[in-house]
Design a protein around this ligand. Structure first.
Ligand code: ZN
Length: 237
């Protein structure tokens, strides 16, 4: 086991791109894992390799970035009737959760990632879970991740750790973190290549990147970008 290595749960979105940069900044060897669970738009998955290729040119990260693994979980898409896996409008359910919530998704992702990490002798998983921005996703909360880390370490009898560098960071902070880690070069990769839009729209280019501009994911990304740029211009970042 090499404690200088990490496995990043990497979707190709803004948060996991910044998490991948965070890991490349700290660990000597970084691998990525992604999941194909029948997302209704495959754009995010397609952007994964484009973002990875772009990160190879940042800092000395090309020497640190190891292989990528994509795990197919089609049953997860079949089990979940959510707006991320079906052609349904994005809305809030009676329980207060958005219908983009895929029940159990992050728990399954972490379990599969831990199984891969075990095989590859990697002790640290890195994920972009965040409880700061409003989504209400219960599997993104610190309490869930702490419990999951304990369950995995016990169940695998392997000292696996889950690092969540964005847990208490808002979207403006995520943009600022990208700049701290990789400067303008990384923020440009995040803008141009990372994909967040729930509708898979890459036709319209906004100052913050591509997306429909109106879904909850685009809204968060846009507001975070504006807040970060505003803080930059007043020298508070
Ligand atoms: Zn959108």
């Amino acid at each position: 086991m090499n404690d200088r290595s990490a496995l990043v749960l990497f979707s190709g979105g803004q948060d996991s791109t910044v998490c991948l940069a965070w890991a490349l900044d700290r660990f000597e060897h970084v691998e990525t894992v992604g999941f194909d669970y029948g997302q209704r738009h495959a754009v995010e998955l397609a952007q994964r390799s484009i973002v990875r290729d772009a990160l190879v040119g940042c800092r000395d990260w090309g020497q640190r970035l190891g292989p990528d693994t994509v795990i197919a979980l089609p049953e997860l898409g079949r089990l979940s009737e959510t707006a991320l896996t079906r052609e349904r409008a994005i809305a809030f359910e009676d329980g207060g959760l958005p219908n983009t919530f895929v029940p159990g998704r992050n728990l399954l992702f972490l379990t599969y990632a831990a199984a891969l990490a075990y095989r590859r002798g990697i002790p640290t998983l890195v994920g972009g879970m965040c409880e700061t921005d409003y989504s209400g996703y219960p599997d993104c909360r610190q309490a869930t991740i702490t419990a999951m880390g304990e369950a995995l370490a016990l169940g695998l009898d392997y000292p696996v750790k889950i690092a969540t560098p964005l847990m208490f960071v808002d979207k403006a902070g995520t943009w600022a973190m990208a700049e701290r880690l990789g400067g303008e070069e990384l923020t440009q990769i995040v803008i141009e290549q990372s994909h967040t839009c729930y509708l898979g729209d890459r036709r319209s280019r906004h100052p913050w990147g591509y997306g429909c501009g109106s879904c909850p994911a685009c809204d968060l990304r846009a507001k975070g970008f504006e807040a970060w740029r505003g803080a930059q211009s007043t020298g508070t970042v």
